[in-house]
Write a protein that binds this ligand. Structure first.
Ligand code: HAM
Length: 442
């Protein structure tokens, strides 16, 4: 019988066996972020709807079609965050961070919400790792961001990633480019999808975002796409050249994509993404860019910024498909007791849990049943609290990986166990032999 309740469409449960990979990825990311000098900031899961409408852009898909917008009981117009940047900039202004030091390096991670059509790699609740560098307009800031972006993927084992980038200029040059795009598409305008025809009127750059096969065929028919890089002014061009030179200097591989426009409207100058073919249509693993007008748009002093977000669900999906191994969880200790030593074992387990992962039978089962559980538990060491040994102040310790056994004194037991757990286990047993890993079936 199907269960009465299921997770809402577009959301997923992450079960304990899935979370090893997530926690490993989050830990690796945290290490890289700390080494780059980024500090974590946590903002609410929901904000005023207006904050997102103003920053993402009224005509963006995110605002038009994908917002989880709701009224609370106080009739406030709110929305679940569809991304981090707007909330982080709101917090930056609200707490006057700009008045403390000029440059802020901030990261966040957690769930974001977009009401899209669910498919592989596309969910209504998904997770991002998000970074922002606020307060510097220098090309060096863009270079640091893109380098950090690539280094995060590298820490997860991605190799040979190519970043695609473009300049999206400034609002004025974008208007100019929009006109060029309209002129370029004029001969095929009536044959474009209804969505693209609308976009051509409201926000022509958005047309380049289309996934419609017919539209893409028409683009090919028109030949070479007008280049945003031909429409930007001299200062933006100099910035662009300096960013590319910086990427060359640090050895980041990139390709210029003249058709790259981002799905959110706040970008100026540099825009970048990485893609992976394994994800099919939802190929963007992450993306970002510069947003020099965003803080002023929110009523703050003109303050430049650059940032990115990585879609963690998609990155992990790719790693999983490639069969990337995740380190096994730390193997600990299984404490087994006799009828007469149960209370002693309980107290011993509690003491050992100050240092090691410890498992213990809570159902007063027979010794044989405890042995079976120990074998399945993934524990490296089995501690047997026997009546006689315990009477002498000793326990029996079996190494389930090397199949060796010894008797150790309770006094100093923690140090002795730590030394044994730190030893590398012997080579895995031959097929069919009994091992001590959690993945093995009983
Ligand atoms: P974004 O390109 O909208 O940028 O999203 C970043 C990443 O989130 C995408 O590349 C993708 O991997 C992932 N993503 C987006 N939608 C979904 C979905 N429905 N399901 C699964 N993954 C998804 C931003 O959000 C900007 N705030 C990045 C930024 C930060 N720009 C400056 N600072």
């Amino acid at each position: 019988m199907a269960p009465r309740f299921q997770a809402p469409r577009g959301t997923r449960d992450l079960l304990p066996e899935d979370l090893g990979r997530w926690q490993w990825a989050e830990e690796r990311a945290r290490g890289v972020l700390e080494r780059y000098g980024y500090r974590e900031i946590r903002t609410p899961l929901f904000e005023d709807f207006e904050l997102f409408a103003r920053t993402s852009g009224e005509s963006s898909d995110v605002v038009q079609k994908e917002m989880y917008r709701f009224q609370d009981l106080g009739e406030r117009d709110l929305a679940l965050r569809p991304e981090f940047t707007a909330g982080v900039m709101r917090a930056y202004l609200e707490h006057g961070l700009g008045g403390r030091t000029r440059i802020h390096r901030l990261w966040s991670a957690g769930p974001v919400f977009r009401y899209g059509r669910p498919q592989k790699g596309r969910y209504r609740q998904f997770s991002q790792v998000n970074c922002e560098l606020v307060g510097s307009a220098a090309p060096g800031a863009d270079v640091e961001m893109i380098t950090l972006f690539v280094d995060l993927y590298q820490a997860w084992g991605f190799r040979d990633l190519t970043v695609v980038l473009n300049s999206v200029g400034q609002p004025a040059s974008r208007r100019d480019y929009g006109e060029r795009l309209r002129a370029w598409l004029a001969p095929v305008r009536e044959r474009l999808s209804a969505d693209s025809q609308q976009r051509l009127v409201a926000n022509p750059l958005r047309v380049l975002d289309t996934k419609d096969a017919g539209d893409l065929a028409l683009f090919r028919e028109r030949g070479e796409l007008p280049r945003m890089l031909d429409a930007i002014d001299a200062a933006d061009r100099a910035h662009w050249d300096a960013v590319l030179a910086g990427l060359d200097a640090v050895g980041i591989a990139y390709e210029v994509d003249h058709g790259l426009v981002r799905g959110l409207d706040y970008y100026t100058r540099t825009a970048f993404e990485v893609h992976d073919r394994a994800l099919g249509a939802q190929s963007a693993l992450g993306g970002g860019g510069r947003y020099d007008g965003l803080i002023a748009e929110l009523g703050g002093p003109p303050t430049p910024g650059v940032g990115f977000a990585i879609g963690l669900d998609r990155a992990l999906l790719v790693l999983e498909e490639r069969g990337a191994a995740v380190p096994a969880p730390a193997a600990g200790v299984y404490v087994a007791a006799m009828e007469s030593t149960r209370t002693a074992a309980l107290a011993l387990a509690r003491a050992l849990r100050r240092r090691f992962p410890v498992e213990l039978d809570i159902e007063e089962r027979a010794f044989g049943a405890q042995m079976k559980s120990a074998g399945r538990s993934g524990a490296r060491l089995l501690l047997i609290v026997g009546e006689e040994e315990w009477g002498r102040g000793e326990v029996v310790v079996k190494d389930l990986a090397s199949h060796t056994q010894e008797t150790l004194a309770r006094a100093g037991l923690e140090a002795a166990l730590a030394a044994r757990l730190a030893q590398a286990p012997p080579d895995p047993p031959a097929a069919g032999a009994r091992g001590a890993h959690r993945t093995e079936t009983p």
